[in-house]
Write a protein that binds this ligand. Structure first.
Ligand code: CA
Length: 363
C-alpha cells in the first residue's frame, strides 16, 4: 500500500461524521489509522425526465448528499431517462452491469417476477409509512433482496409517493356500472382490479396521456396527486378528480448492481444507505406539502369525488381474486404476500386504536 493511501481520521474529517468510534476493523491499517477512500464514480440511470419534480430532484439531491457525506470520494452521476438507457430498461442494464444503479418504481418490474409488485405497494393496502415499516422491520426487505439477488441486484428504498389520487374522469362514476367499457390509463395491480370491474386498462407513455384524455381517446387516467397531476394539465382535460384507493403508498427504489455494491467500501455503503433513508423521508414530506398546496390551487371546474361504495366493494373482491390467482401461479408471490399480510394484520390492530382513532377524533 502506498503512503498516500493512508491518512489519519482527523485529516479526513471522519470524526465529524461520528464514524470514529464504531468504524469497522477492515478499514483500519495495522497502525489503527483509517484508510482513505479511493474515489468511486457510480453511473445511476433513472426512469424520470431531467429534474422531474420531487422524484427526479429527490435523486439529484441523494447524489449530492453522497458526495458531501463522503468528502467527495463517492460521486454518483445521475442520468435522466433515455440519456444512457430508456426509462424502462434500467432494471436490465443494471442487472447486466452495463450501468451501476438505477432509481425507478418497483411496480414496473412485475413482468420479471409478479412478487415485485408487492414491494412497490398494494391497492387498498399499506400507506408509505406502513410499507417502509414492513420492509425495514417485518421481513419485507430481506425477501426483496433475496429475490433481486437472482437478478444480481441489491435494492434500497428510494422514496415513496405517499397516497396517490384515484384519477381524472371525464364523466362522473355514480355506480359500478358506469365503469363498463371505460378506457383508462392505469398500470399495475390497480389496473388488473379495474379490468375485473369492466374497465379497459391501457398503458400510455407519460408524454401521450394528456392529449389522449383531452381528445377522448381515453376516458380517464390516474397519475400521482395534485402536485404532479396539475403539472401534467389534467385539470384542463377532465373535471372529475377521484380520491385514491389503488396506490396508498407506492415505493420507489435505488437499486445497485450487486457486484458493484459488494465492491464498495463499508463506508460508502453506509453513506448510500443513510442518504437513501434521508431521501425517502424527505420525499414523503415533500409530496405531502406540495400535494396539499396544489389541491388549494386547482381550478374551479375540478370536482373532487369519492368512488361509490358498490365499486369499492367490488374492487376488494376483485383484488382478492387477483392475489389468490397469482399466489397459485407464483410461489415467490405467495411468500411475499404472506409476509405482507402478517404485518398488515398486527399493524391494523395497532393502527385502529392509534392513528386511525386519532384521525377520527381530530375530524
Ligand atoms: Ca400512479
Amino acid at each position: 500500500m502506498k503512503r498516500r493511501d493512508f491518512l489519519s481520521t482527523s485529516a479526513l474529517g471522519l470524526g465529524a461524521l461520528g464514524l470514529g468510534g464504531c468504524y469497522r476493523e477492515e478499514n483500519r491499517t495495522p497502525e489503527g489509522e483509517i484508510k482513505v477512500q479511493k474515489k468511486v464514480t457510480i453511473k445511476l440511470a433513472t426512469s424520470w425526465p431531467t429534474h422531474f419534480p420531487i422524484m427526479g430532484t429527490g435523486v439529484d439531491n441523494f447524489a449530492k448528499r453522497c458526495f458531501e457525506l463522503s468528502g467527495g470520494t463517492l460521486e454518483i452521476k445521475v442520468y435522466p431517462k433515455n440519456i444512457l438507457v430508456p426509462a424502462l430498461q434500467v432494471f436490465d442494464t443494471t442487472s447486466l452491469g452495463q450501468i451501476d444503479a438505477f432509481h425507478s418504481g418497483v411496480y414496473y418490474w412485475k413482468g420479471k417476477n409478479s412478487a415485485f409488485s408487492i414491494f412497490g405497494g398494494m391497492p387498498l393496502g399499506l400507506t408509505s409509512e406502513e410499507m417502509i415499516t414492513w420492509l425495514k422491520f417485518a421481513g419485507g426487505m430481506e425477501l426483496w433482496r433475496e429475490l433481486y439477488a437472482k437478478f444480481n441486484l441489491y435494492p434500497l428504498i428510494g422514496g415513496s409517493t405517499g397516497p396517490q389520487m384515484g384519477g381524472w374522469f371525464k364523466k362522473p362514476i355514480n355506480s359500478l356500472s358506469d365503469l363498463k367499457g371505460l378506457k383508462m390509463r392505469i398500470p399495475g395491480l390497480g389496473g388488473e382490479v379495474m379490468k375485473k370491474l369492466g374497465v379497459n386498462p391501457v398503458l400510455l407513455p407519460p408524454g401521450e396521456i394528456f392529449t389522449s384524455l383531452e381528445r377522448g381517446t381515453i376516458d380517464a387516467t390516474e397519475w400521482v396527486g395534485p402536485a404532479l397531476d396539475s403539472i401534467m394539465g389534467f385539470d384542463k382535460a377532465a373535471d372529475y378528480y377521484y380520491t385514491g384507493w389503488h396506490e396508498p403508498g407506492s415505493i420507489l427504489e435505488i437499486t445497485f448492481n450487486k457486484n458493484k455494491w459488494e465492491q464498495l467500501s463499508p463506508q460508502h455503503q453506509a453513506i448510500i444507505t443513510s442518504a437513501s433513508e434521508e431521501m425517502t423521508g424527505t420525499m414523503i414530506q415533500e409530496f405531502r406539502y406540495k400535494n396539499a398546496k396544489a389541491l388549494q390551487e386547482l381550478p374551479d371546474n375540478v370536482k373532487i369525488k369519492t368512488f361509490p361504495k358498490d365499486m369499492m366493494d367490488a374492487a376488494k373482491i376483485a383484488l382478492d381474486e387477483v392475489l389468490k390467482l397469482e399466489s397459485k401461479k407464483n410461489k415467490d408471490f405467495k411468500k411475499v404476500l404472506d409476509s405482507y399480510n402478517s404485518f398488515t394484520k398486527i399493524n391494523k390492530s395497532w393502527d385502529d386504536i392509534s392513528t386511525k382513532n386519532f384521525l377520527n377524533i381530530r375530524a
